[in-house]
Every structure is written in C-alpha cells, then in structure tokens.
Ligand binder design. Structure first.
Ligand SMILES: Nc1ncnc2c1ncn2[C@@H]1O[C@H](COP(=O)(O)OP(=O)(O)OP(=O)(O)O)[C@@H](O)[C@H]1O
Ligand SMILES: [Mg+2]
Length: 380
C-alpha cells in the first residue's frame, strides 16, 4: 500500500459500491483539472469489464491498453501510457475489445499493480469498476487514500458502506495472511451475514488480540492508515446527501474505526450530458457549468494538500470536511438559483448577506477547530 503522504507520485483510486454513480466522469474531470493546474497526471482505466475512459476523453479506442499489456509480456507499463488531447494528461486505456479481462489472475493483478506503482507522475488516478470484488478492493488498496463516489440514493450510500466494510476486511486479510489463526478468525467473521449483525471492528480486534496480540497491533495501525474520501455526485437535494453521508460516516466510525473525509458535492448538471456527447471533460468544455466548478474545487482540495490525504490546518475549514462541503453546496445552490431565475432571484444585498452569513459560519467552524486542536496539543 502506498502512503500518499509523501512528496512522490500520489495514487488516487476512485471506486463506488453501486454502478453508474459517476466514477468515470469524476476521474476524467479530476484528472483534467489536476493536469490543467500544471501537474503531470496519468488516468488509468481499471474498469476492465467496461472501460470507457477513452470515450470521456474523446479519444478513439485504438491504443494499446491493459489487455494488450497482459497478453504481450514484452510490453512494459510505459508502453501503454499515451498522451491525451490535453496538456499534462496521459491515459492508460482498459482495452474494451480484449475479452476475458473482468477477472484477472493473481499474477496479472500483480503485474498491473507493479506497473501503476512504477509510474512517474504527480498524480495517478485509477478508475475502478463498481462493486466489491477482491480485485477492485486490491486496486483500491494500492493507496491509503482513495475516493468513494456516491449519489444521495439510500442504495448508493448502503453500497458505499458495504464497500468500506469489505475494504477493511480485505486489507486486514491481506496484511495478516501469514498470521494464520488471526486470519482464519477474521475470514469467519467476514462471512457473518445476519441482518443487523454488522460486526464492530473493535470487538473483532479484541478477539484477534486474544489469539495473537501482535496481529491486533498490526491491524490497528493498518486501519488507522486508511483515509478514504467521499465524493457526492448527481446530487439534487444536498440535505438528503448530508443525512445519508452523516449515517455513512457514523457507521464507518463506530463499526469500522474508519475516519472518512469529504472531498465535496457535485450536483446533477445537464452540462454533463453535453460534455459526454462532445467527448470532452466538462471542466474543459464547460468550465462555467456548476458541476465543472464543483469538480475543479475538489481537485483544488487535492492540489492544495501537499501531503494528501492530510488536509492542511491552514485550510481549517477542511478539518470538518463534511460540514465544509455542505456549506459549499448551499452556496452553489443559491448561486445556481440566482443565475437561473434572475427575475426571481435574491437582491444583491440579500446575496451579499447570505455570503456574509456563510463566511461567519466558516470562521466559527475554524475557531471551534482551532480550539479543539489547541486542546489536543496541550492537554491540561
Ligand atoms: N453530475 C452529473 N450530472 C449529470 N450527469 C452526470 C453527472 N455525473 C455523471 N453523469 C452521467 O451519468 C452517467 C454515468 O456516469 P459514469 O459513466 O461516470 O458512471 P460510473 O460510475 O463510471 O459507471 P460504471 O459503474 O458503469 O462504470 C454518464 O452518462 C455521465 O455523464
Ligand atoms: Mg465507469
């Protein structure tokens, strides 16, 4: 697992529990924003059963990709990295035309993982298939800080939780593979499927500790190092998104000991369909569109965090990243309403007042966070 805190290449896998929530759309646009900011970015299509990154980039599907790499042992990973029409943005196609790619052997997976971790770039963005197969989970675990895309549908939020739960178990089973007794116990616990029987990692690790105290310590350190981000997409009702992600966050903290952060909220935007038809990232083709500004903002959060996934303290707002994302979403909604219905819109004075109120909330939040931080630094 790559710890993304270091100054080297940052690898950011993007996954979702449910299909069709906008992973590929988010990947292409985050990558395009990072590239437009001058960062050398490589976008890898790892949705091997349904590759479509080339379509989003408006590129013909004629380049050698992952499938060709696996069928030709003379090729190196560098041979399948191709320039895109956008400066600083390279891409690795998935080879939609090569069949039998959806499930890889362990050796094939290893070859891909080695190739990805050997790429030299500022950012590597991985578009993963949806779902929670061991293959997807292993690709997600290349890095300690991937992004989970979810929509504000209960099914998508439930699947996002299920992705996180499977992720934690997979990470533990891979890391503890040589601690036979502990791994056997966890494998059995992972099979537990009774309704309402969500296993609490804390309880499981207590049992693991009884079997093998070293394994428990390793497990705790591993879970602590996982720093997944949530990106809300296709959002129409920001409050519903807030409620669902609130539950997702509580469950993740309480049951999985996982500390989730939020990278932002992207509204459903008709300009996305236009960009689709044009075969161009929305951030390039329609930078003024709401979804484009929101995706670009998410990319800026990554860019401005030199040790991503750590979000820096001078952006104190990020310390409660979910609350910040909601403030941003509310402001975005008001601005979109004002732009869409100028006659019915707020007066300029009302708008100035709204912005002032939101800014006051942000500074209160900053102050709270500062107090908490000071409290933590100098106990007593
Ligand atoms: N914010 C948005 N507003 C409007 N349409 C969107 C938005 N995000 C994504 N879409 C559209 O939703 C559709 C599905 O998006 P996308 O292909 O990125 O999903 P996915 O999660 O990658 O799907 P799959 O699981 O099949 O790989 C696309 O047509 C895309 O343009
Ligand atoms: Mg996709």
């Amino acid at each position: 697992m790559i710890q993304n805190q270091s100054a080297g290449t940052k690898i950011i896998p993007v996954a979702s529990g449910k299909g069709g929530v906008g992973k590929s759309f988010a990947c292409v646009n985050l990558a395009a924003s990072l590239a437009a900011a001058g960062k050398h970015t490589v976008l890898v299509d790892l949705d091997l059963g349904g590759s479509n990154i080339h379509t989003y980039l408006g590129v013909r599907n004629t380049y050698r990709g992952i499938g060709t790499l696996l069928s030709d042992h003379k090729l190196s990973f560098d041979d399948i990295v191709h320039p895109s029409p956008y400066p600083n943005l390279d891409f690795v196609p998935g080879d939609v035309l090569v069949t039998g790619l959806a499930t890889l052997t362990a050796a094939q997976r290893k070859r891909i993982v080695n190739g990805i971790t050997g790429v030299s770039a500022d950012y590597v963005i991985l578009d993963l298939g949806s779902g929670t197969t061991p293959q997807v989970l292993d690709f997600f675990l290349i890095s300690n800080s991937g992004i989970i895309v979810t929509t504000p549908q209960p099914a998508a939020a439930v699947n996002a939780y299920s992705f996180l739960k499977n992720l934690v178990f997979r990470a533990l089973l891979v890391r503890l593979a040589d601690r036979k007794e502990a791994a056997r116990y966890l494998r059995e616990a992972a099979k537990e499927k009774r309704p309402g029987s969500a296993p609490r990692i804390d309880n499981l690790l207590k049992e693991v500790g009884r079997i093998d105290s070293g394994a428990r310590k390793t497990a705790r350190t591993l879970i602590k190092s996982l720093r997944p981000f949530v990106l809300g997409n296709l959002v129409e009702d920001a409050e519903l998104f807030q409620r669902l992600t609130g539950s997702l966050r509580d469950l993740s903290t309480n049951n999985l000991n996982l500390d989730l952060s939020c990278l932002g909220v992207v509204f459903r935007d008709p300009a996305a369909e236009k960009a689709d038809l044009e075969g161009a990232p929305i951030v390039s083709a329609h930078p003024e569109a709401l979804a484009a500004t929101q995706l670009d903002r998410a990319a800026q959060k990554i860019l401005q965090s030199p040790s991503f996934p750590e979000l820096p303290l001078d952006y104190e707002e990020y310390a409660d990243s979910f609350e910040l994302s909601m403030i941003e979403a509310r402001l975005d909604r008001e601005q979109a309403r004002a732009a869409a219905a100028p006659d019915d819109s707020m007066s300029q004075e009302d708008f100035v007042q709204l912005v002032a109120e939101q800014q006051k909330k942000i500074s209160e939040l900053k102050q709270t966070i500062r107090n908490l931080t000071v409290g933590q630094q100098s106990p007593g």
